[in-house]
Structures are given as structure tokens and as C-alpha cells.
Write a protein that binds this ligand. Structure first.
Ligand code: ADP
Ligand code: MG
Length: 296
């Protein structure tokens, strides 16, 4: 017997480096007419570097002291920003104390107890100790975010003590992949990110994306997808993080980036990019559309 078109397409997608989990998923991929893309780890490499270390005047902390505190609180976190802070501390040869009572707040940051003190690291827009708490935080965060980097604030017992800046690189081939997604689906992709608006706009400009939704909590990404659905669109969500899982589940269909991807994202998504290239996604969408026309 000849293989049914959807199964044949799954085999071909596999050769392209994309694991499509069922024939139904392949069918839905063929219906996609809008694409929502996560930023960190999806459009970027997902391995940011620490670029700025700003202890606040009066905090009594040196650059190394601030980095040590942040690295201690972030130690258990798998988040790309946490990994960047850990790498920077290691590079400087810092001795990072262990932390207790670690709690991660999705799309916001982390909190932990270090040497008996409450330390938080995370979004200057959302955390206590963030922009709202002190003009010096606003100034440092603006300096970091203005050129398109990501700022996180570090607070000690509720008071801000410093700001760290981080920058990530766009993936190779990302502009071409954005153009190909537009061509195949007939619609310009939407960027959905928890990062700050300036960082989102900076990357979007490099990649040719005009529709930008920034400063989103994980549940806000779900809201954006619901809006697109209500507008009659069949949306493909592409993401990688634990935070992306609700959005992946809410989309018409979804793809996770395999290498950077969290276990939860890989399990939740309908398809997984195993070969770590964005170009495989428009290729599989085109394949799915063809297969649809062969199915009667
Ligand atoms: P994205 O949508 O780009 O994947 P996230 O939802 O993971 O972003 O995070 C959004 C924002 O929340 C980050 O830009 C940062 O300000 C903050 N944040 C989340 N997790 C952490 C963490 N572990 N450490 C510091 N900041 C964090
Ligand atoms: Mg991500």
C-alpha cells in the first residue's frame, strides 16, 4: 500500500528534523494562517551573557558582591537569565553561597533566602524593589534596556541593591525564517515575549517582525492567542520555555524548540524541532499544506 499523505508527510518532516507527534497534528499544521513566536530561546540562541553590573549607590555592594548575591538566589533556576548569571559568577571566580527557600515566579523572577536575607532577582517592571521603588532603579534599568538589552533588578530584604543587564543573540537564519513563515502562511508573525518592550522591538527590527507584544506574563500569552483565535485565525505557537507551556497548549497547534526546550514545552507541544534550526518550521508548514491537498 502507498503511505497515506499525512503519514508520508510526517516521515518527510522527520527527515527535515521536525518530530510531528500525529497525523492530526500534521493536518492542523496545514491549516495554520498565523504564527506567534516566543523570543528567548526561540528567535534568540537562548544563551544570554551578562553585559552590565550596576550596584546601586548606598547598597554597599561591589560588582562582585551584587553578582554573587544574584547567582546564589538563581542557583536552582533553569531560566536562561539565571544560567547567564551563574556563568558570569563562575567566570569571575566568585564563591557563591547556597540558598534556601527557593521560589520561582513564572515570567517574573526568583526569590530565595541567602545568609538569612530575602533575595529577589527579576523583572524591574513587576518585582517589589523594581522600577516603582527607587529612581536609581529606573535610571539603571533604562540604561540597560534603552539599547535593547534585558535588565533584572536584585533586591535584598525588599530594597533594591542593583541592576544586572543581559543580552542574547538572534539565531542564525532567523530573518530568513521569519520571511519564509510570512510567505508560507500569508501572514506576518507576531512576537510574544515576557521581556521588556525595548528588547522586543530591537530584536523584531533585526528580524523583520512588526507585530510585537512584550511584557507578557505566561497567561497574557494565552490571552493573545485567544484574541487571534476569536479573530478567526488558526495560530501556530512556537516556544521553548516552561513559561511557554500554557501558550503552546492554547494554540491551534504548537512547535517547541528541542535543544533549548524545557521538558514541559517538549511534552506539551504538538511537534518538536529536533534539528536546531528555525528554517525547518516553514518547511514543515509547506509540507503540511501540500499533504492536506492530497487528503480527500
Ligand atoms: P520570555 O517570554 O522572553 O521567554 P520569560 O517569561 O521567561 O521571558 O521572562 C520574562 C521576564 O521575567 C524576564 O525578562 C525577566 O525580567 C523576568 N524573569 C523571569 N525569570 C527570571 C529569572 N529566573 N531570573 C531573573 N528574571 C527572570
Ligand atoms: Mg523562550
Amino acid at each position: 500500500a502507498t503511505m497515506p499523505p499525512l503519514l508520508a508527510a510526517i516521515a518527510t518532516a522527520g527527515r527535515h528534523g521536525v518530530l510531528v507527534k500525529s497525523a492530526l497534528v500534521m493536518e492542523r499544521l496545514g491549516q495554520v494562517d498565523a504564527v506567534a513566536l516566543d523570543k528567548t530561546g526561540t528567535l534568540t540562541e537562548g544563551t544570554p551573557r551578562v553585559t552590565d553590573i550596576h550596584p546601586l549607590t548606598g547598597s554597599g555592594l561591589t560588582e562582585d558582591g551584587l553578582l554573587t548575591l544574584a547567582a546564589a538566589a538563581e542557583h536552582p533556576s533553569e531560566h536562561p537569565l539565571a544560567r547567564a548569571i551563574a556563568r558570569a559568577a563562575r567566570t569571575r571566580g566568585l564563591r557563591v553561597p547556597s540558598a534556601e527557600d527557593f521560589v520561582s515566579i513564572a515570567g517574573t523572577g526568583v526569590t530565595a533566602t541567602v545568609d538569612g536575607h530575602a533575595v529577589t532577582v527579576g523583572s524591574p517592571a513587576r518585582l517589589p524593589g523594581g522600577r516603582a521603588s527607587h529612581p536609581a532603579v529606573v535610571a539603571a534599568a533604562n540604561e540597560v534596556e534603552g539599547p535593547g538589552r534585558t535588565a533584572v533588578v536584585v533586591a535584598l530584604d525588599g530594597a533594591p541593591v542593583g541592576v544586572l543587564g543581559m543580552a542574547d543573540r538572534p539565531r542564525d537564519g532567523a530573518p530568513a525564517a521569519v520571511a519564509a513563515l510570512t510567505r508560507v502562511t500569508g501572514a506576518a508573525p507576531v512576537l510574544v515575549t515576557g521581556d521588556n518592550p525595548a528588547a522586543a522591538a530591537h530584536l523584531a527590527a533585526e528580524l523583520g517582525i512588526v507585530d510585537i507584544r512584550a511584557d507578557l506574563l505566561p497567561r497574557d500569552k494565552v490571552t493573545v492567542l485567544a484574541e487571534l483565535r476569536h479573530a478567526g485565525r488558526r495560530v501556530l505557537m512556537v516556544g521553548d520555555g516552561i513559561n511557554d507551556a500554557p501558550a503552546l497548549a492554547a494554540a491551534h497547534t504548537s512547535v517547541a524548540m528541542g535543544r533549548a526546550g524545557s521538558d514541559l514545552a517538549l511534552e506539551t507541544a504538538d511537534a518538536v524541532v529536533v534539528r536546531d534550526e528555525l528554517a525547518t518550521i516553514p518547511a514543515v508548514l509547506a509540507l503540511a499544506r501540500q499533504a492536506r491537498h492530497l487528503v480527500v
